[in-house]
Design a protein around this ligand. Sequence first.
Ligand code: APR
Length: 235
Amino acid sequence: MKKIVFLTGAGISAESGIRTFRDAGGLWEEYSIEDVCSVEGWHRNPKLVNAFYQERRRQLVGAKPNEAHRRVAQLEQDFQVVVVTQNVDDLHERAGSSTIIHLHGDLLTMCSSFNKEDLAQHVHLSLDNVEVPADARAADGSLLRPYIVWFGENVPKLEDAIDEIQSADIVVIIGTSLNVYPAAGLINYARPDAQLFLIDPNPVKLPRNLTVSVIQQTASQGMQTLCEHLSSLKL
Ligand code: APR
């Protein structure tokens, strides 16, 4: 069975009503990354940071997976599929994908602000209760923080993601501006014989040495185009 690895970003969730970061109307037009997505911002004003992520959890409650998430999940019938996502929403899970690597954490998990990788301190939220008091504490006594990888923090699952990309026959990049490293550099780990695709309605800067088939469409339309192409190859 051929292996497809998807590298997804905020754009795959745009049609579910989840804001992207760098498009017009994106989150970074309204909030400063330093204030809500950095360790310094957390130490400066943890209540502001918790309020920012509380707002994003509330938005997630009303969001649903879209056609693109569903098509990614459905491809598991004919391929070994791994989703490597920069997204912190649970829409790939809800669409039915079974192997997902969250590079930047996940909105529905809170963690210790002493050590975010101490799994014993993790608090898993469910969509029917996403409210967390801004002063809630972890079992270790620290202030609970969102289990999100902030700028300047390491990406614990990076090696796993590299392993998956290196063993992929097909790599599909969907809905990411490829602005943020190390996630944006993952495509360079694709095998020379792997087929590379990019789905995005806007132009995205790609490494010049790579041959990438660009499908300049939204995620839902682009996934339909991709699926038609894959079935024509009878891979
Ligand atoms: N379908 C597909 N792609 C879309 C759609 C759509 N309907 N709408 C927008 N896009 C594309 C944009 O053209 C852009 O290339 O999605 C991409 C969104 O880029 P960003 O907003 O930069 O989001 P992303 O690349 O996921 O950001 C990476 O930055 O702030 C950090 O941690 C945060 O994980 C995030 C990381």
